[in-house]
Each structure stands twice: as structure tokens, then as C-alpha cells.
Design a protein around this ligand. Structure first.
Ligand SMILES: Cc1cc2nc3c(=O)[nH]c(=O)nc-3n(C[C@H](O)[C@H](O)[C@H](O)COP(=O)(O)OP(=O)(O)OC[C@H]3O[C@@H](n4cnc5c(N)ncnc54)[C@H](O)[C@@H]3O)c2cc1C
Length: 454
């Protein structure tokens, strides 16, 4: 009987899909849904609901993000025929600059084919008047519109499960769908709407982060930041990742950690190492950038699906601290594949969509371990000096042989799964080199201590 019911839950000619949220997850789902429908020769309708207007600057059009599109995602998008146009890419990032207490090193990356891109999710910070800017999220919506999606500007205020579909309610509309896709990010009110229709669904765990954009002008950005992402491995409490990312005439500051607050931000902004990156005399705390403390996904949702409904992107599973847009791509594509190739019942999503979420969740467990080790490194001046020296020494080697540099690049940009980073870290040769550097470092310290005490 149950199997008969499941068999009935399939998309067919004329099926209607409602997608709530046109961030990357909602747009990627829509894009792949239309592709699959075309391949299967069925005609479908997709309505995409979105509160924000990505043509606007500041909070009205912003989806709070560092705006790094990882190398792996740039490659996957290219394979799907999506090539980010120049007006969306603010800078092609080709290197990272590592800042530690011992110095600064520019590390050339081991890019395969495509540089990673820095983008704005909306039309830039509040007050920005760059008419040539195009928002990343706006660009993806445009692709969906071209494929036939209808865009509804407005907030979905209720989701009602009915025997023959799910209705989405806005201030002035009530429409019923065969399938509803929740791509609402970490918006707590919107997630509660899904808890109402999926009683076993628990939303992801979140933490506070900090992001702001400093206007410095194109020449200053080029001179001081270039095409490099600046990463800080400095000993400040609560920070797991700190970076300055150049974007056109702005530089974006991102602080990730367990609970970033104003105190931590001020400590960071007052740090000598950070101030050195800016033109002499800049007083960061006196500048008033466009800023906020958005939430980030640090733990997956449970049961993000049921009959006729599936949650994707940040609302379900993401990648810990990095490449959330890449995770939105993976979950959006997997949900579309399940819906079109298998069906839209809870059983179908469990069988074919859940494994993709579980893969991300397992990888994040390894990621937690990597960030725990990186916190130890951050706190130890001695270990950090060894790491810094190894990375600097590698710059004379051929690109393919710069193992430590490449590990750090993948950790900072989220370009590779955490499992792969861990496997490469545990490579006997790399470990042996690191241990050898520790032993020689200890020996040198003991020797210089001995000399000074004589
Ligand atoms: C500080 C910070 C820095 C980050 N940096 C990076 C980075 O450099 N690279 C990277 O890949 N990832 C980064 N991430 C993660 C990335 O931003 C997210 O993983 C990604 O945005 C998730 O996409 P999504 O589509 O699932 O959700 P979102 O991007 O949050 O999109 C959800 C959409 O749903 C809409 N919505 C919500 N409720 C409703 C409703 N009721 N009705 C209609 N619309 C609704 C919202 O307006 C929004 O547009 C960062 C995150 C943070 C917090």
C-alpha cells in the first residue's frame, strides 16, 4: 500500500514545483530541474520565490558571504556550461598571502585551469555606485529565468501540506505545488515553516560570523592586495579563519569562528599584522564599512525531506566554514536528480538525496578535526614558524611539488574535500618533513639558548 503511494509521487508533464529562496541552492536546483525535464521530454513549471532584490546594494540585496567561488566549483560550473561573466567576477584570485607573526609570504597556487573568483552576492555594499557590477545570485536567477522559471518577488509566509500537494502562501498569493523545495538558507522563520510540515526535521546548527567591506578604491586594492586572498593565522581567541578578499574597489573582511562578537572583531582590527596590509595611517575602527554578523552552518539538519518536499543548501547540509556555494550546488543538483529520475516521495529522497548530504556531513567531521589542529597551530608560535618556513621553502620547488602550500590553499578556499586534505596531510613524506623541521627547530632553539646563557 505504502509502495503504491510512493509510486504515485512522481513528476510528470505539467507538474508544478515551488522553490522558496533564490540563493545559489534554489537557483542551481531550478537550473538542473529544467535540464532534466528537457532530457526526459516532460514539460514542467517552476516558481522561484525570493525576498531579496539582488540588483540593490547593501542588506536589501546581500546574501552575506565572503564571495569566494572555489576552484572546484568554477570547474564543475564550466562543465555544466555556466561560465561566470566578467561583470560578475570582481577579481580572479591566483594566490594567497599568508600572514603570521613571523612574516608574510605570497604563495603561488597550484591552480589547474581556472582561477577562483571573488564575487558579490548582491550588487555590492551599501552606498556602492558601481553600475557595471552584476550580482552572482542575480546572474544565477537570470539563467533560471532564461530556462523558463517564474520569479516571485516576496516572502513565503506559510507552507501548508495538503493531500494532493503543498501550498505556498505569500502576502497576495496562494499556489499549490506537486513538489516544494526549501532553499531558505539559515532564515529561522522560514525553517520553522518546514518544521511544521516535517515534524522530524531539525534545522542546522549555526554560529555567528563577521563580514564587512572596506572601500579603498581600485589602485589601493591593486597595490595592497593584488589578486591574492590574504589569510591570517594569528593567535586571537575565537577565530578559526580570517581573510581579506579583494573585490574591485572593495576589500571584504571575513571572520569565521564559533561565536564572533564585536570584541573579537576589534582585537583583529587593532592587530599590527592586519593594519600592515592597509595603507599607512589607516584607522580601520574609524572607517564605517557595510558590515554584519551573519550565521553560518556548522552542523547539518536532520530529515530535510518528506513526501513532496525537500530542503537543500544551507537549510540541509553545507561544507564546514568553506565553499557553501559549492555545497549548495551539490545538494541542489542531487535533489533535482532524485526528483526527476526516482520520484518525490520521502523514500526516494532518503535513498538518493540523503547520501549526498551524508557525504558532506562525514567530510565535515574530518573538517572539524582539521580546524582543531589549525587552532593548535594558530596558538603555537613555534609550530607556526615551522609551517611558515616550510611554505616559504616550497616556493622554489616545481608547482606540483608544493604539498604544504597546496594543502593550505585547499583548506583556505574549500577547493578540496576535507578527507582529501587529511589524507594528503598524513602522507609519510610530508609528515616526516614536518617532524624533521620540528626536531631541527628545537635543536636550533636549544643551541641559541645555550649561546645566550654562556
Ligand atoms: C561570513 C560568511 C562568509 C562566507 N563565505 C563564503 C565563501 O567565500 N564562499 C562560499 O562558497 N561560501 C561562503 N559562505 C557560505 C555561503 O554563503 C552559503 O553556504 C550559501 O549562501 C548557501 O546558499 P543557499 O542558497 O543555501 O542559502 P542562501 O544563500 O542563504 O539563500 C537563501 C535565500 O532564501 C531567501 N529566503 C529565505 N526565506 C525566504 C522566504 N520565506 N521567502 C522567500 N525567500 C526566502 C533569502 O532571501 C535568500 O536569498 C559564507 C558564509 C558566511 C556567513
Amino acid at each position: 500500500m505504502k509502495q503504491d503511494k510512493d509510486r504515485g509521487l512522481r513528476l510528470k508533464d505539467g507538474s508544478k514545483i515551488g522553490v522558496i529562496g533564490a540563493g545559489p541552492a534554489g537557483s542551481f536546483f531550478t537550473f538542473f530541474a529544467f535540464n532534466l525535464a528537457e532530457k526526459l521530454g516532460i514539460s514542467i513549471e517552476i516558481d522561484l520565490y525570493e525576498i531579496k532584490e539582488f540588483t540593490k546594494t547593501g542588506p536589501a540585496g546581500c546574501n552575506h558571504c565572503g564571495g569566494i567561488v572555489s576552484e572546484s566549483l568554477v570547474q564543475m560550473l564550466a562543465e555544466d556550461g555556466i561560465v561566470l561573466p566578467p561583470q560578475v567576477v570582481r577579481r580572479g584570485i591566483v594566490s594567497y598571502t599568508l600572514h603570521v607573526e613571523h612574516g608574510t609570504a605570497v604563495i603561488d597556487t597550484i591552480l589547474h585551469e581556472h582561477p577562483i573568483a571573488s564575487i558579490f552576492r548582491g550588487s555590492g555594499p551599501l552606498g556602492s555606485n558601481q553600475t557595471t557590477l552584476q550580482s552572482f545570485d542575480g546572474y544565477l536567477i537570470g539563467l533560471c529565468e532564461k530556462k523558463g522559471a517564474k520569479i516571485f518577488r516576496g516572502k513565503v509566509t506559510d507552507v501548508i501540506s495538503e493531500p494532493d500537494g503543498i501550498s505556498l502562501i505569500t502576502g497576495n498569493s496562494n499556489r499549490k505545488y506537486d513538489l516544494v523545495v526549501g532553499a531558505v538558507g539559515l532564515n529561522p522563520k522560514a525553517l520553522r515553516l518546514f518544521q511544521k510540515i516535517i515534524p522530524t526535521f531539525t534545522p542546522p546548527k549555526t554560529a555567528n560570523t563577521y563580514i564587512c567591506e572596506y572601500y579603498l578604491g581600485s589602485d589601493t586594492i591593486t597595490k595592497h592586495f593584488g589578486n591574492s586572498m590574504h589569510v591570517f593565522l594569528i593567535n586571537l581567541p575565537g577565530i578559526k579563519f580570517a581573510a581579506l578578499i579583494p573585490k574591485g574597489v572593495y576589500v571584504t573582511l571575513v571572520l569565521l569562528g564559533t561565536e564572533i562578537n564585536k570584541g573579537i572583531v576589534n582585537l583583529f582590527l587593532n592587530s599590527e599584522i592586519v593594519l600592515k596590509c592597509f595603507p599607512e595611517g589607516t584607522v580601520l575602527k574609524d572607517m564605517t564599512p557595510c558590515q554584519c554578523f551573519p550565521s553560518i552552518n556548522i552542523g547539518h539538519a536532520t530529515n530535510p525531506y518528506s513526501d513532496r518536499v525537500v530542503l537543500i543548501g544551507d537549510s540541509a547540509s553545507s561544507k564546514l566554514y568553506k565553499n557553501g556555494i559549492g555545497a549548495a550546488y551539490l545538494t541542489g543538483k542531487a535533489a533535482a536528480n532524485t526528483a526527476f529520475r526516482f520520484g518525490i516521495s520521502k523514500t526516494d529522497f532518503k535513498k538518493s538525496y540523503q547520501p549526498v548530504c551524508s557525504g558532506l556531513d562525514r567530510d565535515n567531521s574530518v573538517g572539524k578535526l582539521i580546524f582543531a589542529v589549525s587552532t593548535i597551530l594558530q596558538k603555537s608560535l613555534f609550530l607556526k614558524r615551522i609551517l611558515f618556513q616550510m611554505v616559504v621553502n616550497e616556493q622554489v620547488k616545481e608547482r606540483g611539488k608544493r604539498e604544504m602550500s597546496s594543502l593550505l590553499w585547499d583548506t583556505f578556499t574549500g577547493s578540496a574535500p576535507y578527507r582529501s586534505i587529511m589524507r594528503r596531510t598524513l602522507h609519510p613524506l610530508l609528515l616526516a618533513t614536518f617532524l624533521w623541521n620540528i626536531v631541527t627547530g628545537l635543536f636550533k632553539s636549544a643551541f641559541s639558548l645555550n649561546k645566550t646563557s654562556r
